[in-house]
Ligand binder design. Structure first.
Ligand code: FAD
Length: 405
């Protein structure tokens, strides 16, 4: 009998199982996840979960009855420790061994940690799991001041939440603009101004040197330049690394993530990888991409399920992403890179605008702030054969919706 084993019960892993059943897969499906909770949505952990006055309820990916109803053998609180590629088996830390006809790695990513003095103090957090979010929320409720290390998406979502609790917050970012890795300068400059207006003390070009503490608890942060800022809760958001160690130990090709081909197959024909842990071919020849977003994990999961069921297409979905930071609704479609030409449409001072990024005259990405209709149109335009030119986009009468038709 066919048996698909999925390692990782997050956004990607659960979607693989659901899509296999939707597609009529008749064999056995087992999903193994090392977290104890019923699989849950990660994005709310840095948003609704930290909001004042909201109950801290995790949002499950599927209802508790879904797995049994769909004959999905969900094993939570169990870690896969080894894969034997020639024998096609996975070893679990509860002593079980599962054989498979297809294996899907959906192991996600792990937060990078700081090797700096004081990083082990109580009150210093990072954020990836429900358990992390619960610990952070408890400390935030008691805090008089907060600090964030790294002005990425999660750091700024936390900063906005701390401000909503009325807590002074210092944000340290070593780069000269926030979210520099993902956003065009126009958008990150606008978001920097908006966070300062919300009351965050955003310090660009200032890295962390040390976490200060007393009696084992954090009391503040010290920057490389020697400035000290009080904080009794600190969130470290300095990026992630893919969880590709299981794949590497098994002998699969790994390079900043599990290397997969255009059909999301690893270097072993019976093993696939999806989501945060997978490095896949980019749109430009010779490039590789690894993305950290719900859309990427779930669309890749659907694609792999279809592949297991016999379809042979390449993965070509347009990537998209969102982040909510206080009153700011940021949505991104496509992937911009440094050096892309940009055209801005809309009202920048009113914080309702989109940035269109072009490479070699072709539209490659659209960042929208508080313009959800632009984002929806952008996804359609980016998926189409013909995109607008920078000259067309610069016409004051141009709209993405109008172009999408
Ligand atoms: P995950 O959902 O992380 O699931 C991987 C699972 O595999 C984990 O539970 C992990 O513990 C488990 N695992 C790993 N190794 C093993 C093993 N050996 N055995 C068993 N289990 C294992 N994305 C957005 O698009 N929008 C957002 O607003 C957004 N906000 C976010 C906020 C936070 C706080 C975080 C942490 C992430 C956010 N993301 C957001 C990113 C998004 O959640 C991830 O891109 C998405 O969860 C990736 O799905 P995945 O299946 O690849 O990995």
């Amino acid at each position: 009998q066919d048996r698909v084993v999925v390692v990782g019960a997050g956004h990607g892993g659960v979607q693989v199982a659901a899509s296999l059943r939707e597609g009529g897969f008749a064999g056995a499906v087992t999903v193994v996840g090392d977290e104890a909770a019923l699989p849950y949505q990660r994005p709310p952990l840095s948003k609704e979960h930290l909001s004042p006055g909201r109950p801290a309820q995790p949002l499950p990916l599927r209802g508790a009855g879904f797995y049994a109803d769909h004959r999905i053998d969900l094993r939570t609180g169990v870690r896969a420790t080894a894969v034997d590629l020639p024998r096609r088996t996975v070893v679990l830390d509860d002593g079980d061994e599962l054989s498979y006809t297809a294996l899907v790695l959906a192991t996600g990513a792990a937060n990078r940690t700081l090797a700096l003095p004081g990083s082990g103090l109580a009150g210093v957090h990072d954020l990836r799991t429900l358990a992390d979010a619960e610990a952070l929320r408890a400390d935030l409720g008691q805090a008089r001041s907060a600090a964030v290390v790294g002005a990425g998406f999660i750091g700024l979502e936390f900063a906005a939440a701390a401000r909503a609790h009325g807590i002074p917050v210092t944000v340290l970012e070593a780069a000269d603009r926030p979210m520099a890795r993902a956003l065009t300068p126009v958008m990150s400059d606008c978001l920097a101004a908006a966070h300062r207006e919300m009351g965050s003390d955003l310090r660009l070009g200032e890295g962390l040197a040390e976490l200060l503490g007393r009696d084992g608890r954090v009391t503040g942060v010290r920057t490389g330049a020697g400035a000290e800022h009080a904080a009794d809760v600190v969130l470290v958001g300095v990026g992630v690394r893919p969880r590709d160690d299981l794949a590497r130990a098994a002998g699969l090709l790994v390079h900043d993530g599990v290397v997969v081909d255009s059909r999301l197959r690893t270097s072993d024909p019976h093993v696939y990888a999806v989501g945060d842990c997978a490095s896949f071919p980019g749109r430009s020849p010779g490039t590789r991409v690894r993305l950290e977003s719900v859309q990427n994990a779930t669309d890749q999961a659907r694609h792999v399920a279809a592949g297991i069921l016999g379809s042979a297409g390449d993965y070509t979905e347009v990537p998209w992403f969102w982040s909510n930071q206080g009153p700011l609704r940021l949505q991104i479609a496509g992937l911009a890179r440094p050096g892309d030409t940009t055209v801005v449409c809309g009202d920048v001072p009113g914080r309702r605008f989109s940035v269109l990024a072009f490479r070699d005259g072709v539209l490659v990405a659209v960042e929208s702030l508080n313009r959800p209709a632009d984002h929806v149109a952008a996804r359609r335009v980016l998926a189409a054969e013909v995109t607008p030119t920078p000259q067309q986009a610069a016409d004051p009468a141009f709209t993405l919706k109008g172009f999408a038709g």
